[in-house]
Design a protein around this ligand. Structure first.
Ligand code: FEO
Length: 410
């Protein structure tokens, strides 16, 4: 006989599945400890609520767990906090099997729901923050927590159990069938790594979600991946609070301007130095220089994150910017780019396309690229050209500091 799935709170059961062998998640995340796709089932006097589903390839185990707890006819609601396929993969089959179930999603998930199930006739309701579901002695408040980490993500709070279903928030890619944070080993690296890769680009949304959570007494956090947080859940909330506020505390009101450069014959480095001096002459701006030839990706991310603006100095080799420059740009994927100012400069030998390529990329990433004349210098910069670099630095820093200019977002 199949064992009953584990209970995580009063009449709330774990019906998630384990993926211990996954080693790369969403292409960019390494998952040395595997992962889990957490889903839950709430039994009430008036029917059953399913909270999220699992990746499609694991759905049979998910359905078996449901079948040990209830019949499909008893399912009244399916709450989908996040519609990414690792949590909604089993939904199309579930709505076939549970004919009386209504799907509850955030309004932003409406179009995605249809695209995901390829079905126009789904019984669903879109729910905003503060909407409540009361069923058979359970009261659930819904909280819109967008961009954590898709536009449609939401959380919910079960009042009777003081339980937060947090979606991907507070998740970890860390498989351990012992389930609870006080039972599994030290997963702190996975918790921090998950924040860095999934939540960090959306820090302002993390702050908004934490504000929404503040009004609830939370004794248990049930995320969509990794351990369920029942011992000292407040410590995990505090970590998110610190990480999402780290940059403002560190900067203390100053504007940080980072100048990254790559150089073969020190020509682009000389330009960077002159620009740096120009930037530094502007009050309220702190400039720093970084040689891209010897900087680790993790350090690039940290520097870019705290930078209000950054400049990239690049030579042109075979009509392109060398790889370390593109590596730097790829780090922006992990960051909140909103409002950051950026530009490019460089010395070249023949044709100097690299600066234009980088400027185009910065614009396509929707960074603020001030409409300054592109700073490209053929081979060794003259005294006069270094003066132009200094002036460029002054002008860029002033714009960063709030001087009004027309910004080209095209
Ligand atoms: Fe766990 Fe964003 O999916």
């Amino acid at each position: 006989m199949r064992q009953l799935p584990p209970k995580i709170a009063g009449d709330i059961y774990y019906i998630g599945v384990f993926d211990p062998d996954i080693r790369t998640f969403d292409i960019v995340m390494r998952t040395a400890n595997g992962s889990s796709y957490n889903a839950y089932l709430i039994k009430t006097d008036d029917g059953v609520i399913i909270v999220d589903t699992v990746k499609k390839e694991f759905q049979e185990s998910f359905f078996k767990s449901i079948e040990t707890l209830c019949s499909y006819d008893e399912i009244r609601y399916v709450i989908i906090h996040h519609i990414e396929p690792d949590h909604s993969g089993a939904l199309p089959e579930l709505i076939q099997r549970a004919p009386h179930a209504k799907v509850l999603i955030s309004p932003q998930a409406t179009m995605m729901l249809k695209a995901l199930t390829n079905c126009e006739e789904i019984n669903f309701e879109a729910i905003w923050t503060n909407k409540q579901l009361t069923l058979g002695g359970k009261t659930i408040t819904f909280l819109t927590t967008p961009y954590l980490h898709w536009p449609e993500t939401m959380s919910s709070y079960v009042h009777e159990d003081r339980l937060l279903f947090s979606g991907d928030v507070f998740g970890s890619h860390y498989y351990d069938k012992r389930l609870f944070n006080d039972k599994v080993g030290d997963f702190s690296y996975a918790f921090a790594y998950y924040y860095d890769h999934i939540m960090r680009p959306f820090q302002s949304y993390v702050k908004s979600a934490l504000k929404l959570y503040e009004r609830f007494e939370i004794e248990l956090i049930a995320p969509l991946h990794g351990p369920i947080l029942r011992e000292k859940p407040e410590q995990y909330i505090e970590l998110y609070r610190q990480w999402s506020h780290k940059i403002e505390q560190h900067k203390a009101g100053k504007k940080i301007l980072s100048i990254f450069y790559l150089t073969s014959y020190k020509n682009t480095q000389e330009m960077a130095q002159a620009i740096f001096e120009g930037c530094e002459s502007v009050e309220g701006v702190v400039a720093n220089m970084y040689d891209l030839a010897s900087i680790e990706a993790q350090n690039m991310i940290a520097i870019l994150e705290e930078s209000d603006g950054f400049l990239i100095g690049t030579p042109t080799i075979n009509a392109d910017a060398p790889k370390p420059v593109w590596d730097l740009l790829s780090c922006l994927m992990f960051l909140d780019k909103q409002g950051k100012c950026a530009g490019a400069f460089g010395s070249y030998g023949w044709s100097g396309e690299a600066v234009d390529h980088i400027l185009a990329r910065l614009k396509s990433l929707k960074l603020r690229v001030p409409p300054l004349t592109p700073l490209k210098i053929k081979l060794i910069p003259s005294e006069q050209e270094l003066k132009s670099c200094y002036s460029y630095g002054v002008e860029f820093a002033e714009i960063l500091n709030g001087k009004l200019v027309e910004i080209d977002l095209a």
